[in-house]
Design a protein around this ligand. Sequence first.
Ligand code: NAP
Length: 222
Amino acid sequence: MRVFVAGATGATGTVFIPRATAAGLDLVLHVRPQSAAKTPLSADSRARVFDLSDGAALAEGLVGVDAILSLVGTMQRRFDSGDTYESSDILSTRQLVAAATTAGVARFVLLSSYGAGGAGAYLQMKGKCEGIVQGSGLQWAIARPSALVSPDGLVGTDGARTVPWGVQGLGAALRSIPGLRGIVDGARPMPLEVLSRALVGLLGAPGGRVVAGRVLWELGSA
Ligand SMILES: NC(=O)c1ccc[n+]([C@@H]2O[C@H](COP(=O)([O-])OP(=O)(O)OC[C@H]3O[C@@H](n4cnc5c(N)ncnc54)[C@H](OP(=O)(O)O)[C@@H]3O)[C@@H](O)[C@H]2O)c1
């Protein structure tokens, strides 16, 4: 299966790429021009450097592609760099869905977030991205992990993903409350190796699934 990976240069992409390659996926790795000098992926023969607004380059990158995986996203602390939820998460989802439709790419897997569509600007934005994918007519799947955790030594263009000290302890305390154990276990921070296995699984699974919590953990642990 040939997969176009948007957001390949990030924390998730950095962990996903070697695992997906080992699983036999043929990857096309998207790199933004402004990040080309910051990422070792620029030297990877599978990388394509262009802005997603370049429709011709995107169409060329999608030739022969069976599925798009979007790992694109930003955070409020990066808004100063010019990226916003609208320009990164929402616009890229629109651009990729439109290009997939035109190019005849059948499948689309979106990395979203636990609680998407809930309260707050970030979760509302994630809900919008999910809505674009779900209304696309493509065979879609959506992963909703909780906080992500990078393995030692693997960083994307924005560094590694870590969970603040105390979160694990809080989880352990909540877990001991009757009735909360299942919820806390499903929402616990997810190592990027586990998420990467789950994403490989979703790329090969039937579409129409929003996968979160315990089910996402099971998919990533299989
Ligand atoms: N971090 C967490 O704890 C967490 C938890 C749940 C869900 N998520 C979601 O999971 C996804 C991946 O997270 P992450 O931590 O791996 O993110 P990350 O390290 O910040 O990587 C984000 C990726 O998106 C790319 N990107 C940003 N704006 C773009 C645009 N306009 N066009 C094309 N590419 C663009 C970045 O490219 P550059 O390298 O060029 O900047 C980078 O490759 C995000 O959607 C995030 O919201 C994260």
